[in-house]
Design a binder for this molecule. Structure first.
Ligand code: ADE
Ligand code: ZN
Length: 316
Protein backbone atom coordinates (compact mmCIF):
# COMPACT_ATOMS: atom_id res chain seq x y z
CA UNK A 1 0.00 0.00 0.00
CA UNK A 2 1.76 3.24 -1.12
CA UNK A 3 1.68 5.73 1.70
CA UNK A 4 3.19 8.96 2.99
CA UNK A 5 4.60 9.49 6.45
CA UNK A 6 3.64 12.96 7.66
CA UNK A 7 4.57 12.83 11.35
CA UNK A 8 8.05 11.53 11.99
CA UNK A 9 10.82 13.12 14.07
CA UNK A 10 14.14 12.11 12.59
CA UNK A 11 15.72 12.22 16.06
CA UNK A 12 12.99 9.80 17.15
CA UNK A 13 14.39 7.18 14.76
CA UNK A 14 17.64 7.01 16.73
CA UNK A 15 17.71 3.34 17.74
CA UNK A 16 19.53 2.57 21.00
CA UNK A 17 22.19 0.52 19.16
CA UNK A 18 22.97 3.44 16.82
CA UNK A 19 22.97 5.86 19.78
CA UNK A 20 25.65 3.78 21.50
CA UNK A 21 27.67 3.45 18.27
CA UNK A 22 27.56 7.20 17.71
CA UNK A 23 28.44 7.91 21.35
CA UNK A 24 31.54 5.75 20.90
CA UNK A 25 32.38 7.23 17.46
CA UNK A 26 32.04 10.79 18.81
CA UNK A 27 33.45 10.33 22.30
CA UNK A 28 30.17 11.36 23.95
CA UNK A 29 29.71 10.18 27.53
CA UNK A 30 26.26 8.68 28.26
CA UNK A 31 25.12 7.79 31.80
CA UNK A 32 24.29 4.16 30.92
CA UNK A 33 26.58 1.16 30.66
CA UNK A 34 25.69 -0.76 27.54
CA UNK A 35 22.55 -1.63 25.63
CA UNK A 36 20.61 -3.37 28.40
CA UNK A 37 20.95 -0.42 30.76
CA UNK A 38 19.95 1.98 28.01
CA UNK A 39 16.99 -0.17 26.95
CA UNK A 40 15.72 -0.17 30.53
CA UNK A 41 15.07 3.59 30.15
CA UNK A 42 12.32 3.12 27.53
CA UNK A 43 9.35 3.11 29.93
CA UNK A 44 7.38 6.31 29.74
CA UNK A 45 4.60 7.62 31.96
CA UNK A 46 3.84 10.63 29.77
CA UNK A 47 5.24 12.88 27.07
CA UNK A 48 7.77 14.59 29.36
CA UNK A 49 9.36 11.34 30.57
CA UNK A 50 9.95 10.36 26.93
CA UNK A 51 11.26 13.81 25.99
CA UNK A 52 13.87 13.63 28.77
CA UNK A 53 15.47 10.55 27.20
CA UNK A 54 14.94 11.76 23.63
CA UNK A 55 16.79 15.05 24.25
CA UNK A 56 19.53 13.35 26.26
CA UNK A 57 20.29 10.87 23.48
CA UNK A 58 20.37 13.62 20.84
CA UNK A 59 23.75 14.62 22.28
CA UNK A 60 25.39 11.73 20.36
CA UNK A 61 24.55 13.40 17.02
CA UNK A 62 27.60 15.50 16.21
CA UNK A 63 28.50 15.42 12.51
CA UNK A 64 26.85 15.70 9.08
CA UNK A 65 27.63 12.00 8.58
CA UNK A 66 25.69 11.15 11.75
CA UNK A 67 22.60 12.97 10.42
CA UNK A 68 23.01 11.38 6.99
CA UNK A 69 23.31 7.89 8.49
CA UNK A 70 20.29 8.48 10.75
CA UNK A 71 18.21 9.60 7.76
CA UNK A 72 19.29 6.64 5.64
CA UNK A 73 18.53 4.13 8.39
CA UNK A 74 15.02 5.61 8.64
CA UNK A 75 14.41 5.66 4.88
CA UNK A 76 15.48 2.03 4.56
CA UNK A 77 12.84 1.01 7.12
CA UNK A 78 10.23 3.36 5.67
CA UNK A 79 10.78 1.89 2.21
CA UNK A 80 10.24 -1.61 3.60
CA UNK A 81 6.87 -0.38 4.95
CA UNK A 82 5.73 1.08 1.61
CA UNK A 83 6.45 4.75 2.36
CA UNK A 84 6.78 6.66 -0.93
CA UNK A 85 6.83 10.19 0.46
CA UNK A 86 8.04 11.45 3.88
CA UNK A 87 7.80 14.88 5.52
CA UNK A 88 10.28 14.75 8.34
CA UNK A 89 10.59 16.91 11.46
CA UNK A 90 13.89 17.93 12.97
CA UNK A 91 14.58 19.98 16.11
CA UNK A 92 17.31 22.53 15.20
CA UNK A 93 17.17 24.39 18.53
CA UNK A 94 18.39 21.30 20.37
CA UNK A 95 21.27 20.78 17.95
CA UNK A 96 22.19 24.47 18.15
CA UNK A 97 22.20 24.23 21.95
CA UNK A 98 24.49 21.19 21.58
CA UNK A 99 26.95 23.47 19.75
CA UNK A 100 26.23 22.26 16.21
CA UNK A 101 26.02 24.39 13.10
CA UNK A 102 22.56 24.72 11.49
CA UNK A 103 23.86 24.32 7.94
CA UNK A 104 25.88 21.25 8.91
CA UNK A 105 22.79 19.54 10.34
CA UNK A 106 20.82 20.46 7.20
CA UNK A 107 23.61 19.20 4.95
CA UNK A 108 23.66 15.78 6.60
CA UNK A 109 19.87 15.38 6.56
CA UNK A 110 19.56 16.58 2.96
CA UNK A 111 22.36 14.25 1.83
CA UNK A 112 20.50 11.35 3.44
CA UNK A 113 17.25 12.39 1.74
CA UNK A 114 18.95 12.70 -1.65
CA UNK A 115 20.56 9.26 -1.37
CA UNK A 116 17.24 7.86 -0.14
CA UNK A 117 15.34 9.35 -3.07
CA UNK A 118 17.75 7.78 -5.51
CA UNK A 119 17.95 4.44 -3.72
CA UNK A 120 14.31 3.98 -2.66
CA UNK A 121 12.31 6.47 -4.74
CA UNK A 122 11.05 8.22 -1.60
CA UNK A 123 10.22 11.91 -2.14
CA UNK A 124 9.79 14.41 0.65
CA UNK A 125 11.62 16.93 2.73
CA UNK A 126 12.26 18.56 6.06
CA UNK A 127 9.99 20.37 8.51
CA UNK A 128 11.76 22.68 10.89
CA UNK A 129 10.17 22.12 14.28
CA UNK A 130 9.99 24.68 17.06
CA UNK A 131 10.69 23.24 20.53
CA UNK A 132 7.87 24.99 22.35
CA UNK A 133 9.23 24.63 25.90
CA UNK A 134 12.39 26.57 25.06
CA UNK A 135 12.21 30.38 25.27
CA UNK A 136 10.25 31.99 22.42
CA UNK A 137 13.38 34.02 21.68
CA UNK A 138 15.23 30.77 20.88
CA UNK A 139 12.53 29.87 18.32
CA UNK A 140 12.69 33.35 16.85
CA UNK A 141 16.44 33.28 16.34
CA UNK A 142 16.31 29.74 14.91
CA UNK A 143 13.76 30.86 12.28
CA UNK A 144 16.01 33.85 11.44
CA UNK A 145 18.91 31.44 11.02
CA UNK A 146 16.82 29.20 8.76
CA UNK A 147 15.64 32.00 6.50
CA UNK A 148 18.46 31.62 3.98
CA UNK A 149 17.65 27.89 3.72
CA UNK A 150 13.89 28.30 3.20
CA UNK A 151 14.22 26.78 -0.27
CA UNK A 152 15.54 23.57 1.30
CA UNK A 153 12.63 23.24 3.73
CA UNK A 154 8.99 22.36 3.26
CA UNK A 155 7.47 23.57 6.48
CA UNK A 156 7.55 24.68 10.06
CA UNK A 157 6.13 22.69 12.99
CA UNK A 158 5.67 22.96 16.74
CA UNK A 159 6.60 20.12 19.10
CA UNK A 160 7.84 19.12 22.58
CA UNK A 161 6.08 19.56 25.97
CA UNK A 162 2.60 20.81 25.12
CA UNK A 163 0.67 21.71 28.28
CA UNK A 164 1.56 25.25 29.42
CA UNK A 165 3.11 26.12 26.02
CA UNK A 166 0.09 27.17 23.91
CA UNK A 167 0.34 27.81 20.19
CA UNK A 168 -0.44 31.51 20.83
CA UNK A 169 3.16 31.99 22.04
CA UNK A 170 4.42 31.31 18.52
CA UNK A 171 2.10 33.40 16.37
CA UNK A 172 4.87 35.71 15.26
CA UNK A 173 7.34 32.88 14.54
CA UNK A 174 4.79 31.14 12.33
CA UNK A 175 3.95 34.40 10.55
CA UNK A 176 7.63 34.78 9.74
CA UNK A 177 7.86 31.16 8.54
CA UNK A 178 4.78 31.65 6.34
CA UNK A 179 6.36 34.76 4.86
CA UNK A 180 9.36 32.51 4.03
CA UNK A 181 6.99 30.33 1.99
CA UNK A 182 6.86 27.45 4.47
CA UNK A 183 3.87 25.22 5.11
CA UNK A 184 2.59 25.24 8.70
CA UNK A 185 1.73 22.30 10.95
CA UNK A 186 1.60 22.01 14.74
CA UNK A 187 1.39 19.37 17.44
CA UNK A 188 -1.83 20.11 19.30
CA UNK A 189 -4.24 18.07 21.38
CA UNK A 190 -1.69 15.35 22.19
CA UNK A 191 -1.79 16.05 25.93
CA UNK A 192 -3.15 19.59 25.62
CA UNK A 193 -6.79 20.68 25.27
CA UNK A 194 -8.97 21.10 22.18
CA UNK A 195 -8.49 24.87 22.55
CA UNK A 196 -4.83 24.43 21.55
CA UNK A 197 -6.08 22.90 18.28
CA UNK A 198 -8.23 26.01 17.75
CA UNK A 199 -5.23 28.25 18.48
CA UNK A 200 -3.07 26.27 16.04
CA UNK A 201 -5.69 26.84 13.31
CA UNK A 202 -6.54 30.47 14.09
CA UNK A 203 -3.15 31.84 15.08
CA UNK A 204 -0.58 29.59 13.38
CA UNK A 205 -2.66 28.78 10.29
CA UNK A 206 -1.77 25.12 10.68
CA UNK A 207 -2.61 23.09 7.57
CA UNK A 208 -2.50 19.78 9.47
CA UNK A 209 -2.72 19.01 13.17
CA UNK A 210 -0.16 16.58 14.60
CA UNK A 211 -1.90 14.12 16.95
CA UNK A 212 -5.07 16.19 17.60
CA UNK A 213 -6.54 13.46 19.81
CA UNK A 214 -8.10 15.91 22.29
CA UNK A 215 -9.99 17.68 19.49
CA UNK A 216 -12.59 14.98 20.14
CA UNK A 217 -13.37 16.65 23.50
CA UNK A 218 -14.98 19.53 21.60
CA UNK A 219 -17.77 18.82 19.09
CA UNK A 220 -17.16 22.30 17.63
CA UNK A 221 -13.44 21.72 17.06
CA UNK A 222 -14.07 18.26 15.58
CA UNK A 223 -16.71 19.66 13.22
CA UNK A 224 -14.35 22.43 12.21
CA UNK A 225 -11.55 19.97 11.32
CA UNK A 226 -14.01 18.11 9.09
CA UNK A 227 -15.43 21.27 7.52
CA UNK A 228 -12.03 22.80 6.78
CA UNK A 229 -10.45 19.55 5.57
CA UNK A 230 -7.67 19.64 8.17
CA UNK A 231 -6.08 16.20 8.51
CA UNK A 232 -4.84 14.73 11.77
CA UNK A 233 -1.49 12.93 11.81
CA UNK A 234 -2.35 10.26 14.36
CA UNK A 235 0.40 8.11 15.90
CA UNK A 236 -1.23 5.14 17.66
CA UNK A 237 1.82 3.45 19.18
CA UNK A 238 3.10 6.80 20.44
CA UNK A 239 -0.24 7.56 22.11
CA UNK A 240 -0.20 4.21 23.84
CA UNK A 241 3.43 4.33 24.98
CA UNK A 242 3.07 7.90 26.28
CA UNK A 243 -0.16 6.94 28.02
CA UNK A 244 -2.34 9.40 26.14
CA UNK A 245 -4.60 6.32 26.13
CA UNK A 246 -4.32 3.10 28.16
CA UNK A 247 -5.52 0.99 25.28
CA UNK A 248 -5.54 1.63 21.53
CA UNK A 249 -9.28 0.97 21.49
CA UNK A 250 -9.73 4.24 23.41
CA UNK A 251 -8.31 6.28 20.52
CA UNK A 252 -11.18 8.30 19.00
CA UNK A 253 -10.20 7.41 15.42
CA UNK A 254 -13.56 5.90 14.51
CA UNK A 255 -15.40 8.90 15.97
CA UNK A 256 -13.23 11.22 13.87
CA UNK A 257 -14.00 9.15 10.76
CA UNK A 258 -17.74 9.15 11.50
CA UNK A 259 -17.64 12.93 11.72
CA UNK A 260 -15.71 13.33 8.48
CA UNK A 261 -12.26 14.19 9.85
CA UNK A 262 -9.36 12.99 7.69
CA UNK A 263 -7.07 10.70 9.68
CA UNK A 264 -3.55 9.63 8.70
CA UNK A 265 -1.37 7.05 10.47
CA UNK A 266 2.24 7.77 11.39
CA UNK A 267 5.03 6.63 13.68
CA UNK A 268 6.20 9.83 15.51
CA UNK A 269 9.35 8.44 17.24
CA UNK A 270 9.49 4.81 16.15
CA UNK A 271 12.77 3.94 17.87
CA UNK A 272 11.11 4.81 21.19
CA UNK A 273 7.57 3.56 20.73
CA UNK A 274 8.02 0.02 19.50
CA UNK A 275 7.44 0.24 15.79
CA UNK A 276 7.71 2.04 12.46
CA UNK A 277 4.73 3.05 10.32
CA UNK A 278 3.86 -0.49 9.26
CA UNK A 279 3.55 -1.53 12.91
CA UNK A 280 1.21 1.43 13.50
CA UNK A 281 -1.07 0.32 10.65
CA UNK A 282 -0.86 -3.26 11.96
CA UNK A 283 -1.84 -2.13 15.46
CA UNK A 284 -5.01 -0.59 14.02
CA UNK A 285 -5.72 -3.75 12.01
CA UNK A 286 -5.36 -5.73 15.26
CA UNK A 287 -8.13 -3.70 16.92
CA UNK A 288 -10.54 -4.17 14.04
CA UNK A 289 -9.86 -1.56 11.36
CA UNK A 290 -10.53 -3.16 7.99
CA UNK A 291 -8.44 -3.19 4.83
CA UNK A 292 -10.60 -0.46 3.25
CA UNK A 293 -10.16 1.80 6.27
CA UNK A 294 -6.39 1.27 6.31
CA UNK A 295 -6.26 2.01 2.58
CA UNK A 296 -8.23 5.19 3.33
CA UNK A 297 -5.60 6.31 5.85
CA UNK A 298 -2.87 5.71 3.27
CA UNK A 299 -4.80 7.63 0.60
CA UNK A 300 -5.37 10.50 3.06
CA UNK A 301 -1.64 10.61 3.80
CA UNK A 302 -0.84 11.25 0.15
CA UNK A 303 -3.71 13.72 -0.37
CA UNK A 304 -2.80 15.74 2.73
CA UNK A 305 0.94 15.76 2.05
CA UNK A 306 2.69 18.84 0.70
CA UNK A 307 3.88 16.94 -2.37
CA UNK A 308 3.40 18.60 -5.77
CA UNK A 309 0.06 17.71 -7.40
CA UNK A 310 1.85 15.74 -10.09
CA UNK A 311 3.64 13.61 -7.48
CA UNK A 312 0.36 13.04 -5.64
CA UNK A 313 -1.25 11.80 -8.86
CA UNK A 314 1.67 9.41 -9.33
CA UNK A 315 1.21 8.00 -5.85
CA UNK A 316 -2.59 7.75 -5.71
N1 ADE B 1 8.99 15.52 19.88
C1 ADE B 1 9.22 14.28 19.47
N2 ADE B 1 8.13 13.53 19.61
C2 ADE B 1 7.17 14.31 20.14
C3 ADE B 1 5.81 14.11 20.51
N3 ADE B 1 5.19 12.95 20.40
N4 ADE B 1 5.15 15.16 21.01
C4 ADE B 1 5.74 16.32 21.15
N5 ADE B 1 7.00 16.55 20.81
C5 ADE B 1 7.71 15.56 20.30
ZN1 ZN C 1 5.45 14.21 17.18
Amino acid sequence: MPKAELHLHIEGTLEPELALDLARRNGVQLPWNGLDELRAQYRFENLQSFLNLYYQLMAVLRTADDFRDLMLAYLERAHADGVRHAEIFFDPQVHLDNGLDFDMVMAGLLEGLAIGEERYGISGGLILSIVRDKPVESARSMIDLAEHRAGDLIGVGLDSAEVGYPPSLFEECFAHARAMGLHCVAHAGEEGPADYVTQALDLLHAERIDHGIHAIDSPEVTARLAREGIALTVCPLSNRRLQVVDDLRELPIRRFLDQGVAVTVNSDDPAYFGGYIGANYQALADIGFGADELAGFAENSIKHSFAAEERKRQLL
